[in-house]
Ligand binder design. Structure first.
Ligand code: PLP
Length: 453
C-alpha cells in the first residue's frame, strides 16, 4: 500500500531517470530530512546515503554553516543577474577563488545552474571560438561511449548512453563517440592497461583523421566516468590520448562535474589523472549541492576570441537568469572555505585506501565481476559468470534488484546500465560508516545471489 504522500506523488510528479511504468507500482522513497551521511524517510527510517545524493552532497546533510551562508545572502541580496554589466560581490569572489583553484589556464569563469548547462556552454563556446578564428568547419565534438555529460540537447549528444539517445532523436549530427576506456570490458585477452590505453589513443587518432582534423573542435571526458558505470580509466589513458588531441588542435574539456572538488582525493580529478585540459566544467560539490550552481573556465585564447566576436557582432549572446546566482555563489564560497579549513579533500584522500580496500574485496563475491574505484568513488559489475564475464539478461534487472535490497538494508547506492552498482558517499563519511556501507552492500549482494537462484 502506498502511503498518502506516495500516492500523491505517483499522480502528480514526473521523475527524472525513472522507469515510469515500474514506478507506478513501486512508488517513491519519500525522504524528509538528513543528518551527516544519513537521510531519513517519512517513517523516520535511516539510510546511509552511499551516493552523496547524486554524487554531490560532499559535506553531508546537516551543514549549518552552508545554511547560514544561504540565509545571510538571501537577507542581503537574494537575487541579482549579471547580464549587461551588472554584478555582485559573491560572483566576483567566487570567480577569483575558482581561477586560483583550477588546474587549467583559466582567464575567466562563466557560471551556470547545472552540469548540463555547463557542458552545453562548452559546446557553444567551442563553436563560437572556431567561428571567431575563421575555422567554420571545425565544429565536431567527440564524447565517449558511456560518458555522461547531461541532458540538454547538446550535452545529451555528448553523453554516450542509449537511454539518452533512443527516441530522443539524439545525438545531433556532428557529435561522435570514441570507445569507452574500460579495461575489464574493452581490453583484448592479455592486453595490459597501458597497451589498451595506447590502442584507444590510436583509435581516437584514426577517428579524427577519418573525420578530418579540420572538422573536429573538442573532445570531452570525465576523469572517472560516473553515470556510465563508475569506470576508472586504464593506466596511461590520458597520457596517451592528450598528444593525439594536441596534434590535431582539438580542445580537451575535462568534465569535472563529479570529480571536481575532492572526489578523487585532490581538488580536481584532472590532477589525480594527469589531465591537462583547455577547460573544465564543474557543478555538484561546488556547493555540496546545497544550491544549484555550475560553470566552466575560459582560457585566455578563448577569451580573446570572444572579445573579438563582441567587437564584431556586439553582445555575447549567451547566459541564463540564474548565472552566478548570488545565494548559490555565497554557498559555494562557504563550501570551498570549509573544504580548505577542515582539510576535507586531504581527509578524503586519507580515507580512500580503506574505502577502496573494502570495495575491491567485493570482487571476491560470486556474482561480482569487477569492483574498482579511485578516491571515494567506485563501481562494481554484477556478472552471471566470472570467468567468461557473461552478464544476466538486462531484462532481469539484477543490479536494480541489488540496489533495492540495499535500500531495504538501509543503504542508498545507485544502479547503472550494464548491471553496475555505483558507490560515491559524502566526502565527510567516517571510516566506521565506510564499513557500515560495505557491510550492507555485501548483504545486498548475498540477497541478490539468493534471489537469482
Ligand atoms: N557531467 C557529469 C560528469 C555528471 O555526472 C552530470 C550529472 O550527473 C552532469 C554532467 C550533468 O549535470 P546536471 O545533472 O547538474 O545537469
Amino acid at each position: 500500500m502506498l502511503s498518502n504522500l506516495a500516492t500523491r506523488d505517483v499522480e502528480t510528479l514526473i521523475h527524472p531517470y525513472t522507469n515510469l511504468a515500474a514506478f507506478r507500482e513501486a512508488g517513491p522513497l519519500v525522504l524528509e530530512r538528513g543528518h551527516g551521511v544519513w537521510v531519513y524517510d517519512t517513517d523516520g527510517r535511516p539510510y546511509l546515503e552511499g551516493m552523496a545524493g547524486l554524487w554531490c552532497t560532499a559535506l553531508g546533510y546537516s551543514n549549518d554553516e552552508l545554511v547560514e551562508a544561504a540565509r545571510e545572502q538571501m537577507a542581503r541580496l537574494p537575487f541579482s543577474h549579471i547580464f549587461s554589466g551588472r554584478s555582485h560581490d559573491p560572483a566576483i569572489e567566487l570567480a577569483e577563488t575558482i581561477k586560483e583553484l583550477v588546474p587549467v589556464p583559466a582567464s575567466k569563469v562563466f557560471f551556470t545552474s547545472s552540469g548540463s548547462e555547463a557542458n552545453d556552454t562548452q559546446v557553444k563556446l567551442a563553436w563560437y571560438y572556431n567561428n571567431a578564428l575563421g575555422r567554420p568547419k571545425k565544429k565536431k565534438i567527440i564524447g565517449r561511449v558511456k560518458g555522461y555529460h547531461g541532458v540538454t540537447v547538446a550535452s545529451a549528444s555528448m553523453t554516450g548512453l542509449a537511454a539518452n539517445h533512443a527516441d530522443w532523436d539524439l545525438p545531433l549530427p556532428g557529435f561522435l563517440h570514441a570507445a569507452c576506456p574500460h579495461h575489464y570490458r574493452g581490453a583484448h585477452p592479455g592486453e595490459s592497461e597501458e597497451e589498451y590505453s595506447r590502442r584507444l589513443a590510436d583509435e581516437l587518432d584514426a577517428m579524427i583523421e577519418r573525420e578530418g582534423p579540420d572538422t573536429v573542435a573538442a573532445f570531452i571526458a570525465e576523469p572517472v566516468m560516473g553515470a556510465g558505470g563508475a569506470i576508472v580509466p586504464p593506466k596511461g589513458y590520458f597520457a596517451a590520448i592528450q598528444p593525439v588531441l594536441a596534434r590535431h588542435d582539438v580542445r580537451l574539456i575535462a568534465d569535472e562535474v563529479i570529480c571536481g572538488f575532492g572526489r578523487l582525493g585532490s581538488w580536481f580529478g584532472s590532477e589525480t589523472l594527469g589531465i591537462q585540459a583547455n577547460s573544465l566544467s564543474f557543478a555538484k560539490a561546488l556547493t555540496s549541492a546545497y544550491m544549484p550552481l555550475g560553470g566552466v573556465t575560459v582560457d585566455e585564447p578563448l577569451y580573446q576570441a570572444m572579445l573579438d566576436q563582441s567587437r564584431k557582432i556586439g553582445t555575447f549572446g549567451h547566459g541564463t537568469t540564474y548565472s552566478a546566482h548570488p545565494v548559490a555563489s555565497a554557498v559555494a564560497l562557504k563550501t570551498i572555505e570549509i573544504y580548505k579549513r577542515d582539510r576535507i579533500i586531504e581527509g578524503a584522500a586519507a580515507k580512500a585506501p580503506h574505502f577502496l580496500r573494502r570495495l575491491e574485496a567485493l570482487a571476491d563475491h560470486p556474482i561480482v565481476g569487477e569492483a574498482r574505484g579511485l578516491g571515494l568513488i567506485g563501481g562494481l559489475e554484477i556478472v552471471a559468470d566470472k570467468a567468461s564475464k557473461r552478464q544476466y539478461e538486462p531484462k532481469a534487472g539484477v543490479a536494480a534488484r541489488c540496489v533495492a535490497f540495499a535500500q531495504e538494508e538501509g543503504l542508498i547506492v545507485r544502479f547503472l546500465a550494464g548491471d553496475r552498482v555505483a558507490v560515491c558517499p559524502p566526502l565527510v563519511i567516517r571510516e566506521d560508516e565506510i564499513d557500515t556501507l560495505f557491510d550492507r552492500l555485501g548483504t545486498a549482494l548475498d540477497r541478490t545471489q539468493a534471489w537469482i537462484r
